[in-house]
Design a protein around this ligand. Sequence first.
Ligand SMILES: Cc1cc2nc3c(=O)[nH]c(=O)nc-3n(C[C@H](O)[C@H](O)[C@H](O)COP(=O)(O)OP(=O)(O)OC[C@H]3O[C@@H](n4cnc5c(N)ncnc54)[C@H](O)[C@@H]3O)c2cc1C
Length: 386
Amino acid sequence: MTFTRTLDALIVGGGVAGLWTLNQLASKGYDCLLVEQDKLGQGQTIMSQGILHGGVKYAFGIHVKPDFLKELNAMPERWRQHLSGERKPDLRETKVLSDSFYLWASQGQDLGTYATRFTLWALSRLQLLQVSPYSTTDFPAWLQASAVYKMNEPVLDTKSLLSSLAKPHASSIVYGSCVRQDHGVVTVEEKISKETFPVQPKCILLTAGHGNQALAQLMGIGEQLAQERPLRQVLARGNLPLFYGHCMDNAAVTGKPSMTITSHYDLSGHVVWNIGGTLAENTDEPLQQRAERLFRKTLPGLDLGRVTWSTYHAIRSEPKTKDGHIPETATIRKYGNVFVCWPTKLVLAPLLADRIEQEVSQMGIQPSGRCLVRSEAIDIARAPWE
Ligand SMILES: Cc1cc2nc3c(=O)[nH]c(=O)nc-3n(C[C@H](O)[C@H](O)[C@H](O)COP(=O)(O)OP(=O)(O)OC[C@H]3O[C@@H](n4cnc5c(N)ncnc54)[C@H](O)[C@@H]3O)c2cc1C
């Protein structure tokens, strides 16, 4: 007869949300097991641009709630505490691609109205935004913008983030799948060995991104809980400088950046620009043409002669909202001892883990201090630009 192991928490899904939660709960002595069906971060985390938003870009949105901006405003500092090792999880091994982020409006946008409107909105909504106008000598000559701001928002390499979060708890991660049985028992099947073993978790935390909806259904939750936003990110290669910035042309109308650019490296060490923003949301027009047109307008000083373009598909998985809008904060939906969890943004993963810990403790689950020892391998997904 197989021995059924009790667990404090079974975490299903090993993206940033599941791994951060594993770190947080394990550091408090909870006995946790994380089950990842594929590779760590395989859904959204590895595709993410890695920006630790402090709320500035959202200050343009007309419907954005001040509480949400305040919440985001605290996040870059919170992450810095982890990145410096001052706070657990210790992220000193996570690569910081940039310490700050540009926000620019191209020439032809009305600088006076634009900057005043932005500053007033931002200040009234956030009180203390760390935004400072750049002097023209501070930014590259090819960025011939009419307004440039620098924001105190770091950008991370998400692959090294996943590794920093997984390494200390590799022995609590299993690659495989799980099926809920009767009487609160869950059978875990390891992917490679096909070995199965039963566990009896006091709570089940679904942090599986796109997988949340199907998993919730398997757990007997019939409701539509998730919404998805398909994106087509653009990748540009070819002797490009390192650059991190939001183009805010028309943002006062749309509430969003027209382009969000981050720089990453492919496997041969070449810089690849990853471009999101409204460009990635509009999938009708051929993307290369649209990207080139936007680049010529908003970055006229950049030589596009040797730039080659490609795209990759991504899906943002978020909790369903009544109006279909993008949800603002980290969300947990509770069904008995099953929690369906979404950070909604990578930057909010610490907040989600705080809330999960609070809920677990409110359920009366005491840390039992044991640790389930399994395989030590860490298998991280490959980024599209690699
Ligand atoms: C293109 C893009 C750019 C983004 N840029 C930013 C940004 O700059 N800043 C920011 O804050 N946010 C950004 N985001 C959002 C951010 O990436 C996500 O909110 C965050 O990564 C979600 O993390 P997660 O752990 O919930 O989900 P995921 O990263 O999707 O991880 C879910 C994990 O669960 C696993 N899984 C799925 N089903 C099962 C199952 N049945 N059993 C076991 N495991 C399962 C998957 O394999 C995966 O590893 C971006 C998103 C995208 C798509």
